[in-house]
Design a protein around this ligand. Structure first.
Ligand code: CA
Length: 217
C-alpha cells in the first residue's frame, strides 16, 4: 500500500485530501509543520509527498530543498494562485509536479497516480540511476553497459533493497520458474555486475550475506 505524506497547515484541506486518498486506498500521514514534515520525510520512506508551500517553522520550498540533498521521494507542491515564484522555485529545486490552490481533488489524485507510476520505473541509489522504461542504468552519469539479465538482476535487487535475496529468489524472479540449471548462475551474474560497477567505480554496491544471498543497501 502506498504511503503518502500530506504537509498542509490548513486543517480543512489536509483532512479533505487525507480522506480522499484513504478512500482511494492509500495510507496517509498528515503533518502541519514544515520542520516536523522534513524530519518525517527524512526518517520514513514515503512513496510520495504532497507539500504546501506556506507552512509554519519552515516553508515548503526549504523543506523540499533540504529533502532533495538526501532523497528523491516524489513531491507535488501546492501553491496559492499568486505564488508563481514559489512554483518556479519548487520545480527548480526538484519538485516533480505542482498544483495551484484551489484545486480539484480529481486532478490531484490523477497527478499522484501519474507520479507514483513514474516512480516505480525509476530507481536511484546514491549515484546509481536506473530507468526501467528505457532500460538505461548509469553510475555517476556514465551509462553502464549491462546485458538484459544483468539489468534485470540489478533491478530486482534494487526493488528489494535492504532485504537479503536468496539465490533461489533471484533465480525465480529473473530467470523464471522453468529455468533449468542451478543457482550458481546467480553468483556468476553477481560477479558480472560487480566487475562492471563495483570494480570500475571502487564501491561496494552488492553485499554478500554468507549462507543467505545478496543485498543492496
Ligand atoms: Ca499553508
Amino acid at each position: 500500500m502506498y504511503h503518502i505524506l500530506i504537509v498542509e497547515d490548513e486543517y480543512k484541506i489536509a483532512r479533505f485530501v487525507a480522506l480522499e486518498l484513504e478512500h482511494e486506498g492509500y495510507r496517509t500521514t498528515v503533518i502541519s509543520d514544515g520542520r516536523q514534515a522534513l524530519d518525517a520525510a527524512l526518517n520514513e520512506d514515503f512513496d510520495l509527498i504532497v507539500l504546501d508551500v506556506m507552512l509554519p517553522s519552515l516553508n515548503g520550498i526549504e523543506v523540499l530543498r533540504r529533502l532533495r540533498q538526501v532523497k528523491d521521494t516524489p513531491v507535488i507542491i501546492l501553491t496559492a494562485r499568486d505564488q508563481i515564484v514559489d512554483k518556479v522555485a519548487g520545480l527548480d529545486i526538484g519538485a516533480n509536479d505542482y498544483m495551484t490552490k484551489p484545486f480539484a481533488i480529481e486532478e490531484l489524485l490523477a497527478r499522484i497516480r501519474a507520479n507514483l507510476k513514474k516512480k516505480t520505473f525509476l530507481h536511484e541509489i546514491g549515484k546509481l540511476k536506473i530507468d526501467e522504461n528505457s532500460h538505461i542504468a548509469s553510475y555517476d552519469g556514465n551509462e553502464l553497459d549491462l546485458t538484459k539479465k544483468e539489468f534485470d538482476l540489478l533491478v530486482y535487487l534494487i526493488k528489494n533493497r535492504n532485504k537479503v535475496i536468496s539465490r533461489e529468489q533471484a533465480l525465480d524472479a529473473v530467470w523464471g520458474y522453468d529455468f533449468i540449471g542451478n543457482t550458481n548462475v546467480v553468483d556468476v551474474y553477481i560477479r558480472y555486475l560487480r566487475s562492471k560497477i563495483d570494480d570500475v567505480y571502487g564501491i561496494k554496491l552488492i553485499e554478500t550475506v554468507r549462507g543467505f544471498g545478496y543485498v543492496i543497501r
